[in-house]
Design a protein around this ligand. Sequence first.
Ligand SMILES: Nc1ncnc2c1ncn2[C@@H]1O[C@H](COP(=O)(O)OP(=O)(O)OP(=O)(O)O)[C@@H](O)[C@H]1O
Ligand SMILES: [Mg+2]
Length: 258
Amino acid sequence: MTAQQTGSSAPTGGDSLVALENVDKWFGELHVLQDINLRIRRGEVVVVIGPSGSGKSTLCRTINRLETIDKGAISLDGQPLPAEGKALAQLRAEVGMVFQSFNLFAHKTILENVTLGPIKVRGIAKAEAETRARELLDRVGVGHQAEKYPAQLSGGQQQRVAIARALAMEPKVMLFDEPTSALDPEMIKEVLDVMVDLAKRGMTMVVVTHEMGFARTAADRVVFMADGAIVEENTPEEFFGNPRSDRARDFLSKILTH
Ligand SMILES: Nc1ncnc2c1ncn2[C@@H]1O[C@H](COP(=O)(O)OP(=O)(O)OP(=O)(O)O)[C@@H](O)[C@H]1O
Ligand SMILES: [Mg+2]
């Protein structure tokens, strides 16, 4: 730990687990991320919300370097994100990502989906990886499905496997990009329950979602984005109850009326 090293220059990002500092990104003419400053503390749960096209997915993707940035700096646990090679593979292992579509390997069993990363990337022995995978699958409620293939599971079950797969890498932070938006309504709760449990266990999480119930229950902070910028950030109570900007008020009035 470096906390006692007073007087020395702070590592990038200071005390934050994830730190974005003055981040800008363009897609051609489109200024998709505009001077983003965001620090995420260890154990913090941040919900990112905002209109379609505001840059939420792009923001997530820069944190595990699926997208590069044009200006500014991003650090994970005090280290700048590596650009390439082995260090980048290591970073990807430390940043778990769950997308809207489940992205499981169709030709591998549920158990194989969860053990693949730990065996290949972490170098963990197969038996140990399987024991750990079964624990994680039990935890997300699909332990009895371990020998099946993804297509034999419901969308909600597949998404819970995707969460278990990410957790199997023992990530420092988990990014969720609209993890429930492709699911039938009756399956949304079972996935959100797993996420709430993860939050309670102290996982650091960045969650793009419009699920207000989740935000109110689990988020420490809501970050509202519009047109590539962070317009407002606050506790869920304040943000939903008393939005300050016209953009946020307008957005909330739209999502609350349907
Ligand atoms: N690879 C790309 N090349 C060019 N433009 C892109 C690319 N990816 C995203 N964009 C554009 O960047 C903007 C932000 O996209 P992004 O996917 O981050 O938005 P979002 O907030 O996640 O939206 P949604 O709520 O619809 O998922 C959009 O205008 C999108 O069309
Ligand atoms: Mg998106």
